[in-house]
Ligand binder design. Structure first.
Ligand code: ADP
Ligand code: MG
Length: 311
């Protein structure tokens, strides 16, 4: 029997599946670390480093821990790959989440104002200090922090000599070792159906599998669904024909940031990025097409007859 331990952090339910008593102890230590990461990087906690950066926008730079600095530095790198991936998106994210909670769509004036605050070039990083150039600018590590936390947790398990485990951090997976001498079998979510319904299975070991989808977290107003990944050019939840993107990579941080980036960029640009960076990905479109990189196709077995295209 596998033991499953779970906590709530970084806006998600997080689980670690292990096959031993020591695995359980190690998972507890990993979760302790994740709670510490949440404490530093959450945009919701008043006392987090991220909130401190946001509160001091246009005022002064804020010294942060090495970990927060690293995650922000990596986020800036992804912004160079695609300017649509922008952690200064927070004013728009906050506006949408506030309005959607009231079952409303934000006013266009409010969207324009929030949009004008989003610009990663105003996020200055230097020597473990972070500064936002303008008042009311805010950052949000929601698209990357879970990946970082997954990597660190996996490192903790490995350092404690845990050979086999499955980390499931709310859509961010890591397959450590094997599942009872066999590969881990990871179901890829069918973005058209409820959680748990899949389009196929990937055999996996020692890698991270991260999915970003527009059908994961959303609010319905009338017939329309509004999700949480925002296009800073329109100021609206991104809509470009992609339903979901799965990225498979040795680094969960990279897979997390990239899956969101590809989703933001759309099919054509997304495929370009996958090819240029030589990454592994599965993109599912609204037309029920599956675009998948060659090496993944070799270990993917589909359970549904969507049209498959090789990237
Ligand atoms: P999830 O957190 O549901 O697994 P993602 O990894 O795709 O999904 O991250 C979505 C989160 O990223 C949002 O909740 C928000 O905090 C943040 N975000 C939204 N739009 C952007 C954007 N354009 N660039 C960077 N981060 C974004
Ligand atoms: Mg992401």
């Amino acid at each position: 029997m596998m033991d499953i331990k779970g906590i709530y952090a970084l806006g998600s339910d997080l689980y670690i599946k292990t096959d031993s008593f020591f695995g359980k102890i190690a998972s507890e230590l990993a979760f302790k670390k994740v709670l510490n990461i949440d404490k530093k990087m959450s945009a919701f906690r008043d006392d987090s480093e991220v909130c401190n950066i946001n509160k001091n926008a246009g005022h002064r730079e804020v010294s942060v821990s090495e970990e927060t600095y690293y995650v922000i530095k990596r986020a800036k790198e992804f912004n160079k790959i695609s300017s649509r991936f922008d952690i200064t998106i927070r004013p728009l994210v906050e506006l949408w989440s506030k309005k959607l909670k009231e079952n409303k769509i934000p006013d266009i004036n409010d969207i324009e104002k929030a949009k004008s605050l989003v610009n990663s070039d105003d996020l200055v990083i230097n020597n473990n200090a972070i500064y936002l150039n303008r008042k009311e600018q805010m950052i949000d590590l929601g698209a990357i922090a879970k990946g970082f936390a997954t990597d660190i947790s996996k490192d903790i398990l490995k350092a404690l000599n845990i050979k086999n485990a499955l980390l499931d951090f709310g859509g961010n997976l890591y397959t450590l070792g094997k599942n009872k001498s066999d590969y881990w079998q990871i179901g890829i979510q069918n973005p058209f159906l409820n959680t748990g319904e899949i389009i196929g299975i990937i055999k996996s070991t020692d890698e991270s599998i991260v999915t970003s989808g527009i059908n994961e977290r959303f609010t319905k107003i009338g017939d329309k669904k509004f999700h949480h990944i925002i296009d800073k050019q329109t100021g609206f939840p991104v809509e470009n024909g992609i339903m979901s993107v799965t990225v498979i990579d040795s680094s969960s941080l990279d897979a997390d940031a990239l899956s969101t980036t590809i989703l933001l960029e759309g099919l054509e640009e997304g495929i370009k990025i996958v090819r240029e960076l030589k990454k592994q990905a599965i993109i599912i479109t609204k037309e029920k097409e599956i675009f998948i990189t060659k090496s993944l196709l070799n270990r993917f077995s589909n359970t549904i007859d969507f049209q498959i295209y090789e990237i």
